[in-house]
Design a protein around this ligand. Structure first.
Ligand code: KG4
Ligand code: ZN
Length: 342
Protein backbone atom coordinates (compact mmCIF):
# COMPACT_ATOMS: atom_id res chain seq x y z
CA UNK A 1 0.00 0.00 0.00
CA UNK A 2 1.45 3.32 -1.08
CA UNK A 3 -0.14 6.31 0.65
CA UNK A 4 0.23 9.98 -0.17
CA UNK A 5 -0.21 12.18 2.91
CA UNK A 6 -1.02 15.90 2.81
CA UNK A 7 -0.68 18.26 5.79
CA UNK A 8 -1.42 22.01 5.95
CA UNK A 9 -3.08 22.50 9.35
CA UNK A 10 -0.81 25.30 10.57
CA UNK A 11 2.32 26.83 9.04
CA UNK A 12 3.96 23.84 7.33
CA UNK A 13 2.96 22.74 3.84
CA UNK A 14 3.86 19.08 3.61
CA UNK A 15 3.37 16.00 1.42
CA UNK A 16 4.83 12.54 1.96
CA UNK A 17 4.75 9.03 0.55
CA UNK A 18 4.78 6.09 2.98
CA UNK A 19 4.67 2.37 2.16
CA UNK A 20 2.57 0.06 4.35
CA UNK A 21 2.50 2.54 7.23
CA UNK A 22 6.14 2.00 8.07
CA UNK A 23 8.51 2.75 5.23
CA UNK A 24 9.14 6.43 4.59
CA UNK A 25 9.77 7.08 0.88
CA UNK A 26 9.59 10.88 0.98
CA UNK A 27 8.60 13.68 3.34
CA UNK A 28 8.67 17.17 1.86
CA UNK A 29 8.10 19.97 4.38
CA UNK A 30 7.93 23.58 3.28
CA UNK A 31 8.04 25.60 6.50
CA UNK A 32 6.72 29.15 6.75
CA UNK A 33 8.72 29.89 9.93
CA UNK A 34 10.78 32.59 8.20
CA UNK A 35 7.63 34.34 6.97
CA UNK A 36 5.93 34.40 10.39
CA UNK A 37 9.11 35.20 12.36
CA UNK A 38 8.68 38.93 11.66
CA UNK A 39 5.32 38.84 13.48
CA UNK A 40 6.48 36.70 16.43
CA UNK A 41 3.86 34.04 15.70
CA UNK A 42 1.73 32.46 12.98
CA UNK A 43 -0.57 34.87 11.09
CA UNK A 44 -3.50 32.72 9.88
CA UNK A 45 -4.28 34.71 6.70
CA UNK A 46 -0.67 34.67 5.58
CA UNK A 47 -0.38 30.96 6.40
CA UNK A 48 -3.36 30.07 4.18
CA UNK A 49 -2.07 32.13 1.29
CA UNK A 50 1.39 30.63 1.54
CA UNK A 51 -0.10 27.11 1.45
CA UNK A 52 -1.92 27.92 -1.82
CA UNK A 53 1.31 29.06 -3.42
CA UNK A 54 3.27 25.87 -2.80
CA UNK A 55 0.87 22.97 -2.18
CA UNK A 56 0.93 21.44 -5.68
CA UNK A 57 4.69 21.83 -6.04
CA UNK A 58 5.16 20.16 -2.65
CA UNK A 59 2.95 17.20 -3.67
CA UNK A 60 4.86 16.83 -6.97
CA UNK A 61 8.16 16.90 -5.15
CA UNK A 62 7.00 14.23 -2.67
CA UNK A 63 6.11 11.88 -5.55
CA UNK A 64 9.36 12.65 -7.33
CA UNK A 65 11.52 12.10 -4.25
CA UNK A 66 9.72 8.81 -3.56
CA UNK A 67 10.36 7.83 -7.20
CA UNK A 68 6.72 6.95 -7.76
CA UNK A 69 3.99 8.16 -10.11
CA UNK A 70 0.29 8.78 -9.52
CA UNK A 71 -0.43 5.25 -10.83
CA UNK A 72 1.48 3.79 -7.87
CA UNK A 73 -0.48 5.70 -5.21
CA UNK A 74 -3.24 3.63 -3.56
CA UNK A 75 -4.86 6.31 -1.40
CA UNK A 76 -4.60 9.90 -0.21
CA UNK A 77 -4.78 10.91 3.45
CA UNK A 78 -5.28 14.54 4.43
CA UNK A 79 -5.42 16.50 7.69
CA UNK A 80 -8.98 17.82 8.05
CA UNK A 81 -8.87 18.59 11.81
CA UNK A 82 -7.90 20.37 13.99
CA UNK A 83 -6.02 23.53 12.98
CA UNK A 84 -6.36 26.95 11.41
CA UNK A 85 -9.46 26.98 9.24
CA UNK A 86 -7.87 28.70 6.23
CA UNK A 87 -4.82 26.45 6.34
CA UNK A 88 -6.89 23.26 6.70
CA UNK A 89 -9.07 24.31 3.76
CA UNK A 90 -6.15 24.57 1.34
CA UNK A 91 -4.83 21.06 2.06
CA UNK A 92 -8.28 19.52 2.14
CA UNK A 93 -9.40 21.17 -1.11
CA UNK A 94 -6.15 20.16 -2.82
CA UNK A 95 -6.56 16.56 -1.61
CA UNK A 96 -10.23 16.45 -2.62
CA UNK A 97 -9.41 17.73 -6.11
CA UNK A 98 -6.53 15.29 -6.54
CA UNK A 99 -8.65 12.39 -5.28
CA UNK A 100 -11.30 13.18 -7.90
CA UNK A 101 -8.94 13.77 -10.81
CA UNK A 102 -6.60 10.86 -10.05
CA UNK A 103 -9.46 8.59 -8.86
CA UNK A 104 -7.95 7.68 -5.50
CA UNK A 105 -9.77 6.94 -2.24
CA UNK A 106 -9.49 9.87 0.16
CA UNK A 107 -9.17 9.56 3.95
CA UNK A 108 -9.74 12.38 6.43
CA UNK A 109 -7.12 12.26 9.17
CA UNK A 110 -6.97 13.83 12.64
CA UNK A 111 -3.76 15.80 13.05
CA UNK A 112 -3.21 15.15 16.78
CA UNK A 113 -3.74 11.40 16.42
CA UNK A 114 -1.33 11.51 13.49
CA UNK A 115 1.43 13.09 15.62
CA UNK A 116 1.47 9.85 17.64
CA UNK A 117 1.85 7.80 14.46
CA UNK A 118 5.21 9.36 13.59
CA UNK A 119 6.40 6.76 16.11
CA UNK A 120 5.12 3.89 13.93
CA UNK A 121 7.82 4.78 11.40
CA UNK A 122 10.34 3.64 14.02
CA UNK A 123 11.77 0.16 14.14
CA UNK A 124 10.65 -1.59 16.32
CA UNK A 125 7.20 -0.06 16.44
CA UNK A 126 5.70 0.92 19.82
CA UNK A 127 3.69 -1.75 21.65
CA UNK A 128 0.09 -1.51 22.89
CA UNK A 129 -1.15 -0.43 25.32
CA UNK A 130 0.75 2.75 24.49
CA UNK A 131 0.74 5.94 26.53
CA UNK A 132 1.17 9.02 24.31
CA UNK A 133 2.11 12.54 25.36
CA UNK A 134 1.36 14.87 22.46
CA UNK A 135 2.87 18.30 22.97
CA UNK A 136 3.26 21.07 20.42
CA UNK A 137 2.45 24.70 19.65
CA UNK A 138 -1.20 23.79 19.18
CA UNK A 139 -1.75 20.75 21.41
CA UNK A 140 -1.08 19.22 24.83
CA UNK A 141 -2.76 15.83 25.18
CA UNK A 142 -2.23 12.67 27.14
CA UNK A 143 -3.85 9.61 25.54
CA UNK A 144 -3.88 5.86 26.09
CA UNK A 145 -3.95 3.77 22.91
CA UNK A 146 -5.20 0.21 23.44
CA UNK A 147 -4.90 -0.56 19.73
CA UNK A 148 -5.02 1.19 16.38
CA UNK A 149 -8.10 3.43 16.39
CA UNK A 150 -8.96 2.46 19.95
CA UNK A 151 -7.81 5.15 22.30
CA UNK A 152 -8.90 7.11 25.31
CA UNK A 153 -8.09 10.79 25.79
CA UNK A 154 -6.93 11.02 29.41
CA UNK A 155 -6.45 14.77 29.51
CA UNK A 156 -5.77 17.89 27.50
CA UNK A 157 -5.01 21.54 27.96
CA UNK A 158 -7.84 23.74 29.14
CA UNK A 159 -6.23 26.89 27.73
CA UNK A 160 -2.80 27.35 26.08
CA UNK A 161 -0.78 24.51 24.59
CA UNK A 162 2.62 23.98 26.18
CA UNK A 163 4.49 25.01 22.99
CA UNK A 164 2.41 28.17 22.90
CA UNK A 165 3.56 28.95 26.46
CA UNK A 166 7.19 28.50 25.34
CA UNK A 167 6.52 30.83 22.41
CA UNK A 168 4.85 33.50 24.57
CA UNK A 169 7.48 33.44 27.33
CA UNK A 170 10.20 33.70 24.68
CA UNK A 171 8.47 36.80 23.32
CA UNK A 172 8.31 38.40 26.80
CA UNK A 173 12.03 37.95 27.36
CA UNK A 174 12.98 38.86 23.81
CA UNK A 175 14.07 35.50 22.42
CA UNK A 176 13.40 34.66 18.75
CA UNK A 177 10.41 32.70 17.42
CA UNK A 178 9.79 29.77 17.64
CA UNK A 179 10.24 30.05 21.37
CA UNK A 180 10.75 26.36 22.23
CA UNK A 181 14.26 25.98 20.85
CA UNK A 182 15.24 29.52 21.96
CA UNK A 183 14.10 28.92 25.55
CA UNK A 184 15.86 25.54 25.68
CA UNK A 185 19.09 27.07 24.49
CA UNK A 186 18.91 30.03 26.90
CA UNK A 187 17.98 27.65 29.73
CA UNK A 188 21.29 25.78 29.36
CA UNK A 189 23.07 28.81 30.81
CA UNK A 190 20.46 29.63 33.47
CA UNK A 191 19.60 28.48 36.98
CA UNK A 192 16.35 26.45 36.90
CA UNK A 193 15.74 27.28 40.58
CA UNK A 194 16.35 31.02 40.33
CA UNK A 195 12.59 31.67 40.26
CA UNK A 196 9.61 29.70 41.54
CA UNK A 197 6.58 29.57 39.30
CA UNK A 198 3.27 27.86 40.12
CA UNK A 199 2.02 24.52 38.75
CA UNK A 200 -1.70 24.59 37.88
CA UNK A 201 -3.97 22.26 39.87
CA UNK A 202 -6.65 20.67 37.72
CA UNK A 203 -9.90 18.93 38.55
CA UNK A 204 -9.03 16.10 36.15
CA UNK A 205 -5.44 15.36 37.16
CA UNK A 206 -4.49 14.59 33.52
CA UNK A 207 -5.66 17.95 32.18
CA UNK A 208 -3.19 20.77 31.63
CA UNK A 209 -3.28 24.54 31.95
CA UNK A 210 -0.39 26.78 30.93
CA UNK A 211 -1.88 30.25 30.77
CA UNK A 212 -1.40 30.86 34.52
CA UNK A 213 2.27 29.92 34.24
CA UNK A 214 2.72 32.34 31.34
CA UNK A 215 1.07 35.14 33.37
CA UNK A 216 3.19 34.29 36.43
CA UNK A 217 6.31 34.71 34.29
CA UNK A 218 5.03 38.05 32.97
CA UNK A 219 4.33 39.32 36.51
CA UNK A 220 7.73 38.20 37.80
CA UNK A 221 9.50 39.92 34.89
CA UNK A 222 7.52 43.15 35.46
CA UNK A 223 8.53 43.04 39.14
CA UNK A 224 12.14 42.34 38.26
CA UNK A 225 12.15 45.38 35.97
CA UNK A 226 10.50 47.53 38.66
CA UNK A 227 7.38 48.00 36.55
CA UNK A 228 3.68 47.75 37.42
CA UNK A 229 1.23 45.09 36.17
CA UNK A 230 -0.05 47.29 33.37
CA UNK A 231 3.41 47.84 31.87
CA UNK A 232 3.30 46.36 28.33
CA UNK A 233 4.98 42.97 27.93
CA UNK A 234 6.62 44.14 24.70
CA UNK A 235 8.70 46.72 26.57
CA UNK A 236 10.23 44.33 29.11
CA UNK A 237 12.87 42.40 27.15
CA UNK A 238 15.19 45.36 26.72
CA UNK A 239 15.21 45.97 30.50
CA UNK A 240 16.53 42.47 31.28
CA UNK A 241 20.19 41.45 31.25
CA UNK A 242 21.36 38.19 29.67
CA UNK A 243 21.75 36.32 32.94
CA UNK A 244 18.21 37.25 34.04
CA UNK A 245 16.89 36.01 30.69
CA UNK A 246 18.74 32.72 31.10
CA UNK A 247 17.39 32.24 34.64
CA UNK A 248 13.80 33.00 33.60
CA UNK A 249 14.07 30.60 30.63
CA UNK A 250 15.50 27.83 32.83
CA UNK A 251 12.99 28.32 35.66
CA UNK A 252 10.00 28.48 33.30
CA UNK A 253 11.19 25.43 31.36
CA UNK A 254 11.68 23.42 34.55
CA UNK A 255 8.09 24.00 35.69
CA UNK A 256 6.50 23.55 32.25
CA UNK A 257 8.36 20.28 31.66
CA UNK A 258 7.86 19.00 35.22
CA UNK A 259 4.11 19.52 34.75
CA UNK A 260 4.14 17.31 31.64
CA UNK A 261 6.31 14.70 33.29
CA UNK A 262 4.31 14.58 36.58
CA UNK A 263 1.14 13.71 34.64
CA UNK A 264 2.85 11.22 32.34
CA UNK A 265 4.37 9.40 35.32
CA UNK A 266 0.99 9.35 37.10
CA UNK A 267 -0.72 7.90 34.02
CA UNK A 268 2.06 5.33 33.69
CA UNK A 269 1.48 4.20 37.28
CA UNK A 270 -2.27 3.99 36.78
CA UNK A 271 -2.36 2.23 33.38
CA UNK A 272 0.96 0.30 33.18
CA UNK A 273 1.38 0.77 29.41
CA UNK A 274 3.82 -1.38 27.42
CA UNK A 275 5.29 1.69 25.74
CA UNK A 276 5.45 5.46 26.22
CA UNK A 277 5.78 7.74 23.20
CA UNK A 278 6.19 11.50 23.00
CA UNK A 279 5.09 13.41 19.92
CA UNK A 280 4.75 16.97 18.60
CA UNK A 281 7.26 19.81 18.37
CA UNK A 282 7.90 20.00 22.13
CA UNK A 283 9.02 16.32 22.08
CA UNK A 284 12.29 17.78 20.77
CA UNK A 285 12.89 19.34 24.20
CA UNK A 286 15.88 17.64 25.78
CA UNK A 287 14.79 18.50 29.34
CA UNK A 288 11.52 16.61 28.69
CA UNK A 289 13.41 13.56 27.46
CA UNK A 290 15.87 13.69 30.37
CA UNK A 291 13.17 14.02 33.05
CA UNK A 292 11.03 11.24 31.54
CA UNK A 293 14.01 8.90 31.30
CA UNK A 294 14.86 9.58 34.93
CA UNK A 295 11.34 9.06 36.25
CA UNK A 296 9.89 6.21 34.17
CA UNK A 297 10.87 2.57 34.63
CA UNK A 298 10.76 1.93 30.85
CA UNK A 299 12.42 3.82 28.00
CA UNK A 300 10.55 6.47 26.04
CA UNK A 301 10.17 6.40 22.28
CA UNK A 302 10.27 9.40 20.00
CA UNK A 303 10.77 10.07 16.33
CA UNK A 304 13.55 12.23 14.86
CA UNK A 305 12.81 15.97 15.10
CA UNK A 306 11.72 16.23 11.44
CA UNK A 307 8.90 13.78 12.25
CA UNK A 308 8.04 15.39 15.64
CA UNK A 309 7.15 18.78 14.16
CA UNK A 310 4.28 19.04 11.67
CA UNK A 311 4.79 16.80 8.65
CA UNK A 312 2.80 14.70 6.17
CA UNK A 313 4.67 11.44 6.84
CA UNK A 314 2.69 11.03 10.05
CA UNK A 315 -0.53 11.68 8.10
CA UNK A 316 0.31 9.02 5.50
CA UNK A 317 1.30 6.58 8.25
CA UNK A 318 -1.93 6.98 10.19
CA UNK A 319 -3.92 6.75 6.92
CA UNK A 320 -2.57 3.22 6.41
CA UNK A 321 -3.89 2.08 9.82
CA UNK A 322 -7.14 4.02 9.41
CA UNK A 323 -7.98 2.39 6.06
CA UNK A 324 -8.96 -0.83 7.83
CA UNK A 325 -11.18 1.06 10.26
CA UNK A 326 -12.94 3.82 8.35
CA UNK A 327 -14.63 4.33 4.99
CA UNK A 328 -13.10 6.73 2.48
CA UNK A 329 -14.43 10.28 2.66
CA UNK A 330 -16.59 11.75 -0.10
CA UNK A 331 -14.17 13.93 -2.10
CA UNK A 332 -17.07 16.16 -3.20
CA UNK A 333 -18.15 17.06 0.33
CA UNK A 334 -15.33 16.50 2.86
CA UNK A 335 -15.33 19.46 5.24
CA UNK A 336 -12.71 20.67 7.69
CA UNK A 337 -13.22 20.58 11.49
CA UNK A 338 -10.88 23.25 12.92
CA UNK A 339 -11.57 22.58 16.61
CA UNK A 340 -12.39 18.86 16.66
CA UNK A 341 -10.84 17.21 19.72
CA UNK A 342 -9.18 13.77 19.56
O1 KG4 B 1 4.33 20.18 16.19
P1 KG4 B 1 4.73 21.55 15.84
O2 KG4 B 1 5.69 21.74 14.72
O3 KG4 B 1 3.49 22.44 15.44
C1 KG4 B 1 2.25 22.38 16.03
O4 KG4 B 1 1.43 21.51 15.68
O5 KG4 B 1 2.06 23.25 16.91
O6 KG4 B 1 5.28 22.23 17.18
C2 KG4 B 1 5.80 23.54 17.22
C3 KG4 B 1 5.98 23.91 18.68
C4 KG4 B 1 6.35 25.39 18.87
O7 KG4 B 1 5.53 25.94 19.89
C5 KG4 B 1 7.80 25.32 19.33
O8 KG4 B 1 8.15 26.40 20.17
C6 KG4 B 1 7.84 24.00 20.06
O9 KG4 B 1 7.02 23.13 19.28
N1 KG4 B 1 9.20 23.45 20.17
C7 KG4 B 1 9.84 23.26 21.33
C8 KG4 B 1 11.15 22.79 21.01
N2 KG4 B 1 11.25 22.72 19.65
C9 KG4 B 1 10.05 23.12 19.15
N3 KG4 B 1 9.43 23.46 22.59
C10 KG4 B 1 10.30 23.18 23.58
N4 KG4 B 1 11.56 22.75 23.35
C11 KG4 B 1 12.03 22.54 22.11
N5 KG4 B 1 13.28 22.12 21.93
ZN1 ZN C 1 1.01 19.58 15.14
Amino acid sequence: MLILGIETSCDETSAAVVRDGRELLSNVVQSQIDIHKAYGGVVPEIAARSHIEVILAVVDEALKKAEVTWDDIDAIGVTYAPGLIGSLLIGTLAARTLAIIKQKPLYNIHHVEAHVYANFLLDPQPKFPMLALIVSGGHSQLALFKNHGDYELLGQTQDDAVGEAFDKVAKIIGLPYPGGPSISKAAEQGDPHAFTFPKARMQNEYDFSFSGLKTAVLRRVQELCGKSHDFPSTGLAKLLNESQKHDIAASFQRIAIETLVDKTVKAFQEYSPASVVIAGGVAANSELRTQLRARLPIGIEYAPISLCTDNAAMIATLTFYRMALQRPADPYTLDVAPSLSM
